[in-house]
Design a protein around this ligand. Structure first.
Ligand code: HEM
Length: 323
C-alpha cells in the first residue's frame, strides 16, 4: 500500500486509505497477474522454437485479457474521474500532478488518448513491484545480517541523532545505508536481464555482427556478480561500495546496471533509491528486525523469471520496537 500510495499521489493525487478498498484489491490482483505473466518464460519458447508458437495462443489471449482489463480500470477509475474533477476544479500549475501534464500534452496534440493510458499503465507496472522487491530483499538481508543492521542504525544515530526520523533530504548523508541499498540491488538484481531491446539496423559490436531486429537481452545480474570483477560476489557486503572507486547505479559503470544504461534506462532511479533507502532506514531506526519466530534466518531463496528476481516465499519478520 505504501508504494501504491507513493505512486498514485504523484500520478493522480490520490491515495488509498484501507487495504480492503475494492479498487486497491482489484489493482493488486491485476498487477499481480500481469507480473506473473511477464515473469513467465512461455513467450520466449516461441522465439527460440518457432514451432511452439501455436501452443502459446492461450497464454497470449490471457495477456491480452489482463492488459485490456487494466486499461479499462485505469480509464474508468482514474483518468476519466480525474478529468471530471479538474473540469469542476482546475488545478493551478503548482497543484498539477503527473496525469495533468499528460492530459495537457494530449490537448496540445503531442500524444494521443491511448498514449496517456499506456503511459499510466506502464509506470504502474514498472514502478511498484520492482521497488517492492528491492525493499523485500534489503529487509531480508538486514534481518539475516544483524551486524550490518547495527551498522546502519549506528550511522543513522550518529548522522541524524537518536530518535530523529529519517527524511528524504538526509539520504545522501548516509553512505552506509546507500551502500546497503546498492549491495541489495547488486546481489539480488530485480530485473536481471533488463528489458529486451531491439536494434533497428544491422550493427557491429565487440567484433560480432548483430543482424537488424535482433532481440537483445543483457545479463546485468552476471555483470554485477562476475567473480573477475567482484570479490566474493556471492557475499552480501555493502562495504564493497565504500572504497575509493565510486560505483553508482546510474549507468556510469558497466559492472553495475540495475537500472540499465542509456536512453531507455530506468527514469525511476531518482525515486526508487530514495524510497528504498527511506523505508529500510526508517524500519532500522524504529525496530530491531528479527527472523520469523522459531527460525534463525529469513528464507532468501530467489525466484527468477524473464523480468524479475524476487523472494520466492514471503516470511513474517519480527519488528521489536527500539526504546
Ligand atoms: C528498484 C526499483 C527499480 C528497478 C530495479 C528498475 C529497473 C528498471 C530496468 C532494468 C529498466 C529497463 C532498462 C533497460 O532495459 O535498459 C527499467 C525501465 C523503466 N522503469 Fe524502472 N526500475 C525501478 C523503479 C522504477 C520506478 C519507481 C519507476 C517510475 C517512477 C520506473 C519506471 C520505469 C520506466 C517507465 C521504464 C521504461 C523506460 C523506457 O523504456 O524508456 N522504474 N526499470
Amino acid at each position: 500500500m505504501l508504494m501504491y500510495n507513493n505512486m498514485y499521489r504523484m500520478i493522480f493525487n490520490r491515495r488509498f486509505e484501507r487495504v480492503d478498498d475494492p479498487l486497491f484489491v482489484e489493482l493488486k490482483r491485476l498487477n499481480g497477474e500481469r507480473s506473473r505473466l511477464a515473469q513467465s518464460f512461455e513467450y520466449n519458447y516461441g522465439d527460440f522454437i518457432p514451432i511452439l508458437w501455436p501452443f502459446l495462443r492461450k497464454y497470449l489471449e490471457l495477456c491480452q485479457k489482463v492488459k485490456d482489463e487494466s486499461l479499462r480500470l485505469f480509464n474508468k477509475h482514474f483518468v476519466e474521474e480525474h478529468k471530471k474533477l479538474i473540469r469542476v476544479n482546475p488545478p493551478s500549475h503548482d497543484e498539477k500532478c503527473a496525469i495533468d501534464h499528460m492530459l495537457d500534452a494530449q490537448k496540445n496534440g503531442e500524444i494521443t488518448e491511448d498514449n496517456v493510458l499506456y503511459i499510466v499503465e506502464s509506470i504502474n507496472v514498472a514502478a511498484i513491484q520492482t521497488t517492492l522487491w528491492s525493499m523485500e530483499w534489503g529487509l531480508a538481508e538486514l534481518v539475516n545480517k544483524p551486524d550490518i543492521q547495527i551498522k546502519v542504525r549506528d550511522e543513522l544515530n550518529t548522522v541524524l541523532g537518536k530518535g530523529v526520523p529519517l527524511t528524504e533530504p538526509d539520504v545522501p548523508r548516509l553512505p552506509f545505508l546507500h551502500a546497503v541499498v546498492k549491495e541489495t540491488m547488486r546481489l539480488h538484481m530485480e530485473i536481471p536481464l533488463l528489458v529486451p531491446h531491439m536494434n533497428l539496423h544491422q550493427a557491429k559490436l565487440g567484433g560480432y555482427d548483430i543482424p537488424a531486429e535482433s532481440k537483445i537481452l543483457v545479463n546485468a545480474w552476471y555483470l554485477a556478480n562476475n567473480p573477475e570483477w567482484w570479490e566474493k560476489p556471492e557475499v552480501f557486503n555493502p562495504e564493497r561500495f565504500l572504497g575509493a572507486e565510486k560505483i553508482e547505479a546510474n549507468g556510469n559503470d558497466f559492472r553495475f546496471l540495475p537500472f540499465g544504461v542509456g536512453r531507455r534506462s530506468c527514469p525511476g532511479i531518482i525515486l526508487a533509491i530514495p524510497i528504498v533507502s527511506l523505508v529500510l532506514g526508517r524500519l532500522v531506526q524504529s525496530f530491531e528486525l528479527l527472523p520469523p519466530p522459531g527460525q534463525s534466518k529469513v528464507d532468501i531463496t530467489g525466484k527468477g523469471g524473464q523480468f524479475s528476481l524476487h523472494i520466492a516465499k514471503h516470511s513474517v519478520v519480527v519488528c521489536k520496537p527500539i526504546t
